[in-house]
Design a protein around this ligand. Structure first.
Ligand code: ZN
Length: 508
């Protein structure tokens, strides 16, 4: 049965999808190989691509075709469609509504302000000078509040909800607040146990000097063993690790190396491999359409966290990885025992910097940001009071004294480029990862037995089928219920953290 409006949409929307893919490759190029002199022309190239994509996405004909598809809904879906038509229409409608509600002037002003604010932020962080960044952040917050008022609908309780919807469909502050309350209380209890533990893991592995070439060879072998497909992907170096690409057949991941921090290089590599496996596992037959895309940032992060935390920090993984490491760096690691390696990557410590935090306290760093950004957007906190609010929250929630703003409220890039409502997706990723992994263990048997002999394909195949291949067919809540039989809950993550911490600290 012909459905000309849907056919027109498929054809029309392939163009912005391809443009976003090209922008992804250019963004990767910028961080990995571009000479620094190329920054200005690259910014112009990216701005042109963004404008072309936005024009295409907000073309009034898109609205007309969407209405026509709605009227033609009685046509229904072919049985072998696997949710493609309904998913594509749902996501195109959502994107069109959000894009067309934003005045073009506001979009342009935000883009111009945020790129300059990001430059001001980098300088302010270098000098630990909040006063220099403050006027920029005030402008960014003001624009974000204008944006929120354009996007807010009856499903939102406040302006923050309208912004968060852009990163995680269905995520609301009212649902997150009790989750963070419970995490704070229970992780606080775990930290009390850690503080009282008589025999904490040594820092021997964390501080071990290992030549970068050996670290890289080790990390590449691990990435390959976990299933990252180097014929359809690359692993390179960048200052801040990330995953980018344009298609399941071309996925770019990056990592970083320092002479004396192999666990960081390995953790970054495995984290990005998790993102990369999701991208490589998306259904290529639905490429260029929403059905073939990741469903949300929280689900994307669940895939990186699951491989980084549930797998790489497990005893089973190190039963295998210690021999791989010995092959690549025998002379430097020969003095370390299995316990040094496994316990070393699982040290729990109150700290100042989010990106260096361990798997338990990490969520406390996000709790601080969630509370503060909600207050900033909803008008309960003035930008001028951010440093004092930040320092008070870090003392109360994480238990550290912040010595300066560079290591305090200036540490993250997100707010300078207008990413408000983004941070909670990191903790959602941890929660989904624990809940999915528990379901995998119930269905697949003893996964750590498999890891101990370098067998990761059973878990990867399960994730491919359960999470990757569905793309954005199931929204996060539906996906979570289908995989685990339950709504998202704090319980699996806390059970995982409690067991891990007690084992590593000898508290069982
Ligand atoms: Zn990530």
């Amino acid at each position: 049965m012909t459905d000309p409006a849907y056919a027109a949409l498929l054809d029309h929307m392939k163009v912005p999808a391809a443009l976003h893919g090209v922008a992804g490759v250019l963004g990767w190029d910028q961080e990995v190989v571009m000479p620094s002199g190329g920054a200005d022309p690259r910014a112009e190239q990216l701005a042109v691509l963004a404008r072309l994509a936005h024009e295409r996405e907000t073309d009034p004909r898109v609205g007309e075709w969407l209405i026509a598809c709605g009227e033609a809904s009685a046509i229904g879906e072919a049985p072998d469609d696997d949710g493609a038509r309904s998913t594509n229409l749902r996501e195109w409608r959502r994107g069109y509504a959000r894009a067309t509600r934003m005045p073009a002037d506001l979009v342009a002003e935000m883009a111009a302000t945020e790129s300059r604010a990001q430059v001001a932020w980098a300088e302010a962080r270098r000098n630990s000078d909040f006063a220099a960044f403050r006027p920029w952040l005030e402008k960014v917050v003001d624009l974000q509040r204008q944006k929120a008022r354009c996007l807010r609908d009856e499903t939102c309780d406040d302006d923050w909800d309208a912004l968060a919807e852009g990163f995680e469909p269905g995520m609301r502050g009212r649902d997150l607040a009790p989750i963070f309350d419970e995490l704070r209380a229970r992780i606080g209890g775990l930290l009390a146990e850690v503080d009282a533990a008589p025999n904490p893991p040594s820092r021997a592995f964390i501080e071990l000097p290992v030549p970068q070439a050996q670290q890289e060879a080790f990390c590449r072998e691990v990435a390959d063993a976990l299933g990252f497909d180097f014929r359809r992907g690359r692993l390179d170096r960048s200052t801040h690790p990330f995953t980018s690409g344009s298609h399941p057949d071309d996925v770019r991941i990056t990592t970083r190396f320092a002479d004396d921090n192999l666990p960081d290089a390995l953790g970054s590599t495995v984290h990005e491999v998790g993102h990369g496996l999701y991208e490589q596992g998306l259904p290529a037959e639905h490429a260029w359409t929403p059905r073939g895309c990741a469903v949300s940032l929280g689900i994307h992060e669940s895939q990186s966290r699951l491989w980084e935390n549930q797998v790489m920090r497990s005893e089973g993984f190190w039963q295998w990885a210690r021999y791989v490491l010995r092959r690549h760096a025998a002379d430097v690691v020969k003095a370390l025992t299995f316990e040094d390696l496994h316990r070393g990557v699982n040290r729990v410590e109150r700290s100042l910097i989010r990106v260096e935090a361990d798997e338990a306290t990490y969520n406390l760093h996000i709790a601080v940001r969630f509370e503060i950004e909600r207050a900033l957007i909803n008008g309960a906190l003035d930008v001028a009071d951010l440093p004092s609010a930040w320092n008070a929250a870090m003392a109360e929630v994480v238990g550290v004294d912040v010595p300066d703003d560079a290591r305090g409220c200036l540490q993250d890039v997100h707010w300078s480029c207008g990413l408000f409502g983004y941070f909670p997706t990191y903790t959602l990723g941890n929660l989904y990862a624990a809940q999915f992994y528990r379901a995998a263990q119930e269905q697949l048997g003893d996964l750590e037995d498999m890891f101990s002999v370098g067998e990761f394909s059973t878990l990867r195949g399960w994730l491919r089928e359960q999470v990757h291949a569905p793309g954005s067919r199931d929204l996060p809540d539906a996906l979570c219920r289908r995989i685990s039989g339950q709504a998202l809950s704090v319980e699996p993550l806390m059970a995982h953290l409690t067991q891990r911490v007690r084992t590593v600290y000898g508290l069982t």
